[in-house]
Design a protein around this ligand. Structure first.
Ligand code: HEM
Length: 380
């Protein structure tokens, strides 16, 4: 249904505006001067005062512009292209263990470990430290484990020291891993301080982990429920590119992020007062028929164009977008190479988080082995 003004911009009794239309999510996202990030990006941050921004997501131009310019080289197309082989190898390591015909829970088998392993690789963490890294990663994410707050804080402290040492060791180095690239970045004489570097590396763990995890589990589940869409992908590998965008739209792993109005303004004719928090409902915007037409509520792996906002929009557009797409692509390609079908083998269990569209359990069954040799793969 097309949201009218009342539905598109509605006051939530919790104390914030909810913006559910695609057009207004774009309008707010592209105007950080009117809708800032510095006063928090989650509703649980309303009223919280930070002595300094806890992440780059909490900054606005010009501070954000400087930060973004300094970390961008770590995500340059050449850097991401160089990651294809190691990322594919990590996916294959997991996918090879999937038995045809057996019930497999996608979460522990693939969706959960794979993105953490990719980030560990990206950061150049040696294999010997990987188990420790997984524990740190779980500790960084509230509710990801049964750890107490004290245990989580202790692990996060350890991670901070580890990343700080890794960053210091790699200053002056020449490697092509992300830590070395960022530790030595120099844009017009500007460099990242130790604190900025560690803050950013820390942020990658959270930003690039749970998001990709739920894109993979939620996306494969959606395909398992629609055998016709998996069959289309099998018949035409050229659709992998559009399928990735549709999976991002369909799963919208980040449900919503917030901005705060810096001045009185209006959205779709609704008055917004200075200081009002405004929650961008990416999930709703990604089902808006004004943007996606009458098939907005259907999964179509060939959807093109697909102007989804799963990766945000505007100056904070996801810096890891190319990496997320690479992860989705290698997973799809490696699974399509091995299996002709995927089907649900039980019920999906989702989390109740209002921030992340989390999947706790997704039992499926893969079967059939493609007779023909795998067709050529699409380009990045
Ligand atoms: C499916 C996977 C992913 C989804 C759905 C996703 C979603 C998003 C969204 C919605 C934003 C915008 C935030 C805002 O406007 O306030 C964002 C920003 C960001 N993402 Fe992602 N992300 C994904 C994967 C990744 C990966 C793999 C990384 C890095 C390894 C990453 C790192 C970041 C960072 C650092 C930002 C902040 C950019 C800035 O403030 O300029 N993300 N992401």
């Amino acid at each position: 249904m097309t949201p009218g003004a009342r539905e598109a911009v509605a006051w939530n009794a919790g104390g914030w505006w909810m913006v559910s239309s695609h057009a207004e999510v774009l309008a707010v996202s592209r105007d950080p001067a009117t809708f800032c990030s510095a006063r928090g990006i989650l509703t649980l941050e309303i009223g919280v005062e930070y002595p300094s921004p806890p992440t780059m997501l909490h900054t606005d131009p010009p501070e954000h512009t400087r930060y973004r310019k300094l970390v961008q080289p770590g995500f340059a197309p050449a850097v991401i292209r160089a990651l294809e082989a190691p990322v594919r190898a990590l996916a294959v390591e997991r996918i090879e263990r999937i038995e045809p015909g057996a019930v497999v829970d996608l979460v522990p088998a693939l969706a959960e470990p794979f993105p953490v392993e990719v980030i560990a690789d990206l950061l150049g963490v040696p294999a010997a430290d990987r188990a420790r890294f997984v524990a740190w990663s779980d500790a960084s994410i509230p509710d990801a484990s049964d750890l107490s707050l004290d245990e989580r804080m202790a692990l996060m402290g350890e991670m901070h020291v580890y990343l700080l040492n890794a960053a210091r060791e790699r200053r002056g180095g020449t490697g092509d891993d992300l830590v070395t690239v960022l530790a030595n970045v120099d844009v017009d004489g500007e460099v990242l301080s130790d604190d900025e570097l560690v803050m950013f590396l820390n942020q990658l763990l959270v930003a690039g982990n749970e998001t990709s995890r739920n894109m993979i589990s939620g996306g494969l589940w959606a395909l398992a429920e629609r055998p016709d869409q998996w069959a289309r992908l099998h018949a035409d590998r050229g659709l992998v590119r559009t399928a990735i965008e549709e999976i991002l739209r369909w799963t919208t792993p980040v449900v919503a992020f917030m901005r705060t109005a810096t001045r009185a303004t209006e959205l779709r004719g609704v008055a917004i007062a200075a200081g009002d928090p405004v929650l961008l409902l990416y999930e709703a915007a990604n089902r808006d028929v004004e943007a996606f037409g009458p098939t907005a509520g259907e999964l179509d792996v060939g959807r093109d164009p697909n102007p989804h906002v799963a990766l945000g929009f505007g100056p904070h557009f996801c810096i890891g977008a190319a990496l997320a797409r690479l992860e989705a692509r290698v997973v799809l390609e490696e699974l399509l190479d091995r299996f002709t079908t995927i089907e649900p083998a039980g019920d999906i269990e989702r989390t109740t988080s209002e921030i992340i569209a989390g999947v706790r359990r997704a039992p499926v069954r893969f079967a059939g082995s493609p007779a023909a040799a795998a067709p050529p793969r699409s380009a990045l």
